[in-house]
Design a binder for this molecule. Structure first.
Ligand SMILES: *Cc1c(COP(=O)(O)O)cnc(C)c1O
Length: 388
């Protein structure tokens, strides 16, 4: 029996599902061929496995297999999408729009482009973490070439209105990218209905292996041009060179297949677990729910706690549960999360926050233990604070 704390940090990463692991294993040793080797069966076997994952991913988002470009994860997919569009379309315009609450893998490529002369608008969010569509509508410029808005937020779990944003971009002939790292396998995604042109995906947030992801690149209506950010053997139709990592790709496919098959029942189960955790915690005074109450990922609960010190809170929770503070950096820094700050929180509330990321292997008994310990910790810290 392990005495390690209960894992509740599923927005950071998830364990590889045993079924995914089993599917990957033969591709390390037996079917080890290079999928680009076209002259023998070793290559064909690997290529067949890669093709299967392409088909699974394409079906998952209503795309075609040719539109899937494998990358090392969502960070690389975001970089390829944002810098690749900027480089391919800079003659058309040099303005990009994104949101203040995006992952750093979107924010930082945008900031990098600013140093090259691109203009970037970081749109604000409402108190519930959702973007204001009216504000987006007025921020478009004639020289806007790209809008990047994440599907599901990794800190507060809110789901942005992709269909509405996609339509607004399509009406104006502007490319729409979404970082769907937290969304694949959790909520329905449809690049046709949502009018998405580029979508970043990753396997390790859905019980697949780390180090593998993909970028969906629209090929028709419109055909999106992308300048490659890594040159070499011309893999992935020239958009991303490098020998394909077959075992990881097989795992990505299997993980997606399982997540989709179980999406409906798992969403229900996680919603109940989150609800139960929130019911218990919110009996304490001064507990705030961060993010929209219903338009959010089933497994995400993010709270801010009044009248406690953020670092002390995390330290008190640590022995029992593995959770993150909303804080962008480690608990030793005093910088509060850019996401919680964007919600308009005071520094104290932004800092004293806890992100519970509930996942496939968590149970009701674990949630009960976590709730009990969290309540005891908060009460004890508040009591100490009133004594000094
Ligand atoms: C985890 C995450 C990323 C980074 O993905 P990697 O595959 O680890 O590079 C990007 N965006 C969001 C929203 C994420 O949650």
């Amino acid at each position: 029996m392990s005495t390690r704390p209960i894992y509740l940090d599923c927005h950071a990463t998830t364990p590889v599902d045993e079924r995914v692991m089993a599917a990957m294993m033969p591709y390390f040793t037996e079917y080890f061929g290079n999928p680009s080797s076209i002259n023998h069966i070793y290559g064909w076997e690997a290529e067949a496995a890669v093709k299967q994952t392409r088909e699974i991913l394409a079906a998952a988002i209503n795309a075609t297999p040719e539109e899937i470009v494998f990358t090392s994860g969502a960070t690389e997919a975001n970089n390829l999408a944002i810098k690749g569009v900027a480089e391919a379309y800079f003659q058309k315009g040099q303005h990009i729009m994104t949101v203040a609450t995006e992952h750093s893998a979107v924010i930082d490529p945008c900031k990098y482009l600013q140093t090259l002369g691109f203009e970037v608008t970081f749109l604000p969010v409402n108190q519930d973490g959702l973007i204001d569509l009216a504000k987006l509508a007025t921020a478009f410029r004639p020289e806007t070439i790209l809008v990047s808005v994440m599907a599901a937020n990794n800190e507060i779990g809110v789901l942005q209105p992709l269909t509405e944003i996609g339509q607004m971009c399509r009406d104006r002939n502007i490319i729409f990218h979404t970082d769907a790292a937290q969304a694949l396998g959790k909520i329905p995604l449809d690049v046709q209905a949502m009018k998405i042109d580029l979508m970043s995906l990753t396997a390790h947030k859905l019980y697949g292996p780390k180090g593998i992801g993909a970028l969906y690149v629209r090929r028709r209506n419109p055909r999106v041009q992308l300048a490659p950010q890594q040159h070499g053997g011309g893999h992935e139709r020239g958009m991303r060179s490098g020998t394909l990592y077959t075992p990881q790709i097989v795992g990505f496919g299997k993980a997606t297949e399982i997540a989709l098959a179980e999406q409906a029942t798992e969403t229900q189960r996680l919603t109940e677990l989150r609800h139960s955790l929130w019911q218990k915690l919110s009996q304490l005074p001064g507990i705030h729910l961060n993010g929209h109450p219903t338009q959010r990922l089933a497994g995400n609960l993010n709270i801010s706690v009044e009248a406690v010190d953020g670092a002390a809170l995390l330290l008190g929770l640590q022995p029992v549960m593995a959770v993150s503070s909303g804080s962008a950096c480690s608990s030793t820094t005093t910088a509060p999360s850019h996401v919680l700050t964007a919600l308009g929180h005071t520094e104290q509330l932004a800092y004293a926050s806890v992100r519970f990321g509930i996942g496939r292997f968590n149970t009701q008994a674990e949630i009960d233990t976590v709730a009990q310990h969290a309540i005891a910790t908060i009460q004890s810290l508040r009591k100490q604070a009133t004594l000094v």
